[in-house]
Design a binder for this molecule. Structure first.
Ligand SMILES: C[S@@+](CC[C@H](N)C(=O)[O-])C[C@H]1O[C@@H](n2cnc3c(N)ncnc32)[C@H](O)[C@@H]1O
Length: 166
């Protein structure tokens, strides 16, 4: 689902980018390692900060990335314009990834699966497009955070089948 105005503001600001670059990505790197020459996919790329980070910190060859929100994809396009044909961006839904089976060395999820009502379909799609032995790098937000009264007031998330983490 699309973000409401509060979360759009939270995502599209320098603090979010700093957290992603200096806290989340280094942890994913420690857990999963670099991917020299890798062909990777980022689901729910937002304004494209994740695409930059994946190139910078994971040493990949190419990044395909998409987001449900055309406005986010437009921002991402501006951000990564100098990367040429090593980046492919589109508007799309992570519940139906328009890519062949076993296509990617890795898939990245920076906090998007908890926004997908049918997140189990999304996970099935992620594993379908990963090659055997491919890696899934995921940073996620679980129900105990989303269901906190403060965040319930400010943010919008799917109300059924929340991502529980257990
Ligand atoms: C919390 S934001 C995270 C954005 C970015 N990954 C980041 O870490 O800054 C969630 C993003 O997922 C996108 N999104 C939500 N549902 C989606 C879906 N079904 N398929 C693809 N993207 C989706 C939203 O438009 C939004 O850009």
């Amino acid at each position: 689902m699309l973000l409401n105005s509060v979360e759009t503001w939270m995502m599209n600001n320098p603090l979010r980018a700093a957290l992603q670059r200096h806290f989340e990505a280094p942890r994913l790197l420690r857990m999963g390692g670099r991917l020299p020459g890798g062909r990777v996919l980022e689901i729910g790329c937002g304004r494209g900060v994740g695409v930059e980070i994946i190139f910078e910190q994971f040493a990949v060859q190419s990044v395909d990335a998409f987001d449900l929100d055309p406005a986010m994809v437009a921002l991402a396009r501006q951000r990564v314009t100098d990367r040429g044909s090593t980046v492919r961006l589109w508007v799309g839904d992570a519940s139906h990834i328009p890519c062949p089976d076993a296509h990617y060395d890795a898939v990245f999820d920076f906090g998007i699966i908890h926004h997908i009502p049918r997140w189990r379909d999304c996970l099935a799609e992620v594993f379908r497009v990963l090659r055997p032995g491919g890696r899934f790098y995921a940073e996620e937000v679980f129900a105990r955070f989303i269901e906190h009264p403060v965040w319930r007031r400010l943010l919008e998330h799917p109300s059924t089948d929340p991502l529980s983490g257990s």
